[in-house]
Write a protein that binds this ligand. Structure first.
Ligand code: IYR
Length: 223
């Protein structure tokens, strides 16, 4: 390593005896998370959302370029515009664009082009990835691993929301250009995920298919 400007790392270590209990507690906390599509129309505390976004933007990113932007949408008319535009794309997806294999893969989830949950849920967090940034003189600065970085930040956000007591759905209509237009985002950004956030409705369910988990020995190996 070459010498660079640096500060001591204030790392918080735990006795080995505590580590497994901590790992287990975090696992138990996140294991109860599920995507839902039935939201209550109850508002969510904005300060909680903002703190969860702070967790997201603490994620690692390529060359620490932080190639992301998070739009918190709570305005009912903006959500409604997004719902209508999303449903137009989803109708094209379900009726024309999706292959039969893709539709078959989705069948156990029961999804369709109805995205009324966008109206009902109190909040969307629309996450944008920036393929490049803007320098002081308006020049483009390429961002490295923007997709991976925003994916990691989104994982942090989903975990933070769940830990705070909020449910969410990763909604990815395709294409998502309409989100840039409705939310007035610049050309260096593309919508990455529309995260629908709120509380589950009382009758909210989780498809049995979502409970299926591959065996650890099939998805993990040691060498
Ligand atoms: N975007 C569509 C289809 C869809 C695709 C996948 I991959 C999913 O995991 C779920 C849905 C929709 O939201 O209905």
């Amino acid at each position: 390593m070459k010498p660079v400007d640096a500060v001591p790392y204030e790392f918080v270590a735990f006795p080995e005896a505590e580590m497994q209990a901590r790992a287990q507690a975090f696992y138990a906390m996140l294991k109860t998370r599920h995507s839902i599509r039935d939201f209550a129309d109850r508002p969510v505390p904005l300060d909680v959302l903002e703190t969860c976004v702070k967790t997201a933007v603490s994620a690692p990113s390529g060359a620490n370029q932080q190639p992301w932007h998070f739009v918190i949408v709570t305005d009912a008319s903006v959500k409604h515009q997004i719902r209508l535009a999303a449903e137009a794309e989803e109708r094209a997806f379900y009726n024309e664009r999706a292959s039969q294999a893709w539709l078959d893969a989705l069948a156990p989830l029961g999804t369709d082009a109805d995205k009324s949950f966008i109206d009902r849920a109190p909040c969307l967090i629309v996450i944008f990835a920036q393929s490049y940034g803007m320098g002081e003189d308006g020049e483009r600065i390429k961002h490295y691993y923007a997709q991976e970085s925003v994916g990691i930040a989104t994982g942090f956000l989903i975990a933070a929301l769940h830990h705070a007591g909020l449910a969410c759905l990763t909604h990815t209509p395709s294409p998502m250009n309409f989100l840039s237009e409705i939310l007035n985002r610049p050309p260096n950004e593309r919508a990455f995920i529309n995260l629908v956030v709120g509380y589950p409705a009382e009758h909210a369910t989780v498809p049995t298919h979502a409970l299926y988990e591959k065996h650890l020995h099939d998805v993990m190996s040691h060498r």
